[in-house]
Design a binder for this molecule. Structure first.
Ligand code: DGY
Length: 319
């Protein structure tokens, strides 16, 4: 039987790759930088499947060039790089990988909170650089228990963060587009956005990037936070105005930021954020564990293979 023609904009995990290769003839971009647009368009001319990555814009222009395309699959829960309406107009299903990364991403968001609160990376720098001669100048942190955590975006990952926070004695408030029916189980109180900004000692944001959430944390929002507030972003860099965050941290309008995502990404070594003492940044590793990335790759492969066979995708965004 003839194999399907598929384009991968990055290599995926070996076991998932093997499954794809059993059924497909693949073109894979293997370099570190994103695939050049012209090459991608060329490859897509006769492709039936696209296994995309967040650094590739799947828009009207790209789809118009890909006449044979039956399915787009991506190994991520976020899909702000995909024009879903354009896919739908062309009858192309798009599959992402929700669910399988919930606990892992919640671990990372909570690790940022704990790491920032207890200054773990500064303590490590302190010890490593031989400054530990007495206990006089050790980095001091702040307590979690009894404080208020505000979660912005109470989806599955937000709930998983809330469970961790409860175990550490934090009081939880949250803001979401709609109130959750199960918030009493989580012992989380629904508040409006402004109250959340004003009441929280720690704020974790987990909202997906959309036209509504782009830039939702700017100068006005940082001005409403407590001067002792810790701001944690494990969602997407562009929901924050980076210059406003820099100013808020530099002027000590807020105490600290811990970010897994930045705008731009990757963050250049000379970015002004890196000159600040009150920040901790990780390189977009929310779901980056061996187990979870493997699960995500398999689910994305399931979506791809289902779409190629004109079957319903297990996790389709535009059914
Ligand atoms: C996701 O799955 O959306 C992660 O942020 C990786 O991009």
């Amino acid at each position: 039987m003839a194999k399907y023609k598929v384009v991968l904009t990055k290599e995926t995990w070996p076991a998932a790759m093997e499954r794809i290769e059993q059924h497909c003839e693949v073109k894979v971009w293997k370099e570190a930088e994103p695939i050049p647009r012209t090459l991608l368009l060329e490859w897509l001319k006769d492709a039936e499947g696209l296994f995309s990555t967040g650094d590739v814009k799947v828009d009207e222009d790209l789809l118009a060039n890909a006449h044979q395309l039956r399915v787009v699959a991506q190994s991520s829960v976020g899909y702000d790089n995909i024009d879903i309406d354009a896919c739908t107009r062309r009858g192309i299903p798009f599959g992402n990988t929700p669910g399988v990364l919930v606990e892992t991403t919640a671990d990372l968001a909570f690790a940022l909170l704990l790491g920032a609160a207890r200054r773990i990376h500064e303590c490590w720098d302190f010890v490593k650089s031989g400054k530990w001669e007495s206990t006089n100048n050790i980095p001091f942190g702040v307590d979690l228990y009894g404080k208020t955590l505000g979660i912005v975006g109470m989806g599955d990952i937000g709930c998983a963060v809330a469970r961790r926070a409860k175990a550490c004695g934090l009081n939880i408030i949250y803001y979401n587009r709609t109130r959750r029916m199960d918030d009493q189980l989580l012992e989380a109180r629904y508040v409006d956005f402004r109250d959340l900004l004003q009441e929280s000692d720690f704020i974790i944001t987990l909202v997906p990037l959309s036209n509504q959430s782009r830039g939702m944390f700017g100068a006005k929002e940082f001005a409403q936070m407590k001067p002792s507030a810790y701001f944690i972003n494990a969602a997407r860099g562009s929901i924050v105005n980076t210059e406003a965050l820099y100013e808020a941290l530099k002027s000590k309008q807020i105490a600290y930021a811990a970010l897994d995502v930045t705008d731009p990404e990757p963050l250049a070594g000379d970015n002004p954020l890196l000159s600040l003492p009150n920040i901790l940044i990780t390189p977009h590793i929310g779901s980056a564990t061996y187990e979870t990335r493997n699960r995500m790759a398999h689910l994305a492969a399931d979506n791809l293979l289902a779409g190629l066979g004109r079957q319903a995708l297990p996790t389709c965004v535009n059914p």
